[in-house]
Design a protein around this ligand. Structure first.
Ligand code: NAD
Length: 311
């Protein structure tokens, strides 16, 4: 029952995710507002549709991989959106893998559950939505090694697992609707702050006369060891194959990091939770974007924020 998959949002991540589903044998239909992104699929004989509504008409499952909450709302509820074919929907499952705010995700899943299925299934009378954002970035999307963190009905998660495992290697069930994106925002908050901590410490170390490679050895066998020190080191020349070794190109942009921190702060405000460190980190990444580094990898905080001493 999961064979016909409609994929919407064929950008840096979605292109590879849809390609991996095709390679795994799923019957795919695609849509993107950018015609150039659809052409790559058309050239390979994959059907393209001009609107999300048309994708829904020919799919059992929908996957969306879009930049932000407003794009997700456009695709679902906008004119010619996925929910625009009357009160009965063909797809029984809607999976949104975009990183958006938990509230939008929860409102959308509640809305979707009020529709009826065109063809009732044994396991579902109404369509179901899962939020399933990913971690791993573009290289993991290409290699099919993403981690999916999933919120929504557990039975739907179990049914969708083969799809996730065609695009990734880990899936973690996080609880009810919105919990997948909540987990993603918490993960990125911790990553943003640890990258700043490691960058500040390395910059101080250099100012105190310790080389970055020596300090890396110390960190990676001591209590400061973390992903930012041992897998994604921000100091050029310390590691190969990471954005810092190629002028901070490729990877996860400062713009997306600033967006995710905005989402984390908004989600925190909604539940009355104070997060001063997140707010400080957000200011730094936002300032980097304003200074022209929005499309550089977020680890460029090391060079552009902690570049040296005060004059
Ligand atoms: P992207 O900007 O490269 O791709 C988004 C695609 O969506 C584009 O092709 C765009 O044309 C399309 N799109 C936008 N609005 C649309 C609409 N209304 N209708 C149809 N198509 C529309 O973004 P990306 O890097 O692929 O990221 C997608 C999501 O994944 C984001 O939420 C991002 O935060 C998250 N994410 C990205 C990374 C990463 O490393 N790039 C890692 C993890 C999670």
């Amino acid at each position: 029952q999961l064979e016909r998959v409609g994929f919407i949002g064929l950008g840096n991540m979605g292109f590879h995710m849809a390609t991996n589903l095709i390679n795994a044998g799923y019957i795919i239909t695609v849509h993107d507002i950018n015609a150039g992104n659809m052409k790559k699929f058309l050239d390979n004989g994959i059907p393209i549709k001009e609107t999300p509504c048309e994708v829904a008409e020919s799919s059992d499952v929908i996957i969306t991989m879009l930049p932000s909450s407003s794009n997700v709302l456009d695709v679902y509820t906008g004119p010619n959106g996925l929910l625009n074919s009357g009160s009965h929907l063909r797809p029984w499952l809607f999976i949104d893998s975009s990183t958006i705010d938990p509230q939008t995700s929860r409102v959308l899943s509640a809305k979707i559950s009020k529709y009826t299925l065109k063809e009732k299934k044994d396991y579902a009378e109404n369509p179901i939505m899962l939020d399933a954002p990913v971690s791993g970035g573009v290289p993991a999307a290409e290699a099919g090694t993403l981690t999916f963190m999933v919120g929504g009905m557990e039975e739907a998660y179990v049914a969708a697992k083969p799809l996730f495992l065609s695009m990734g290697k880990n899936t973690i069930y996080c609880g009810g609707n919105g919990n997948g994106v909540a987990a993603k925002l918490c993960n990125n908050l911790a990553m943003a702050v640890s990258m700043l901590g490691v960058s500040e410490a390395f910059a101080l170390g250099q100012n105190l006369g310790i080389t970055a490679s020596t300090l890396t050895k110390v960190f990676n066998s001591s209590s400061a060891r973390c992903w930012s020190s041992d897998s994604y080191n921000p100091v050029p020349g310390v590691m190969t194959g990471v954005p810092s070794s190629r002028n901070y190109d490729g990877g996860f942009t400062s713009k997306l990091m600033a967006k995710d921190l905005t989402l984390a702060m908004t989600a925190a405000a909604e539940v009355g939770f104070k997060c001063p460190i997140t707010s400080e980190a957000h200011d730094i990444y936002r300032k980097m974007c304003e200074e022209g580094y929005e499309f550089k990898d977020f680890s460029c905080v090391f060079r552009h924020y902690y570049s040296g001493k005060d004059e």
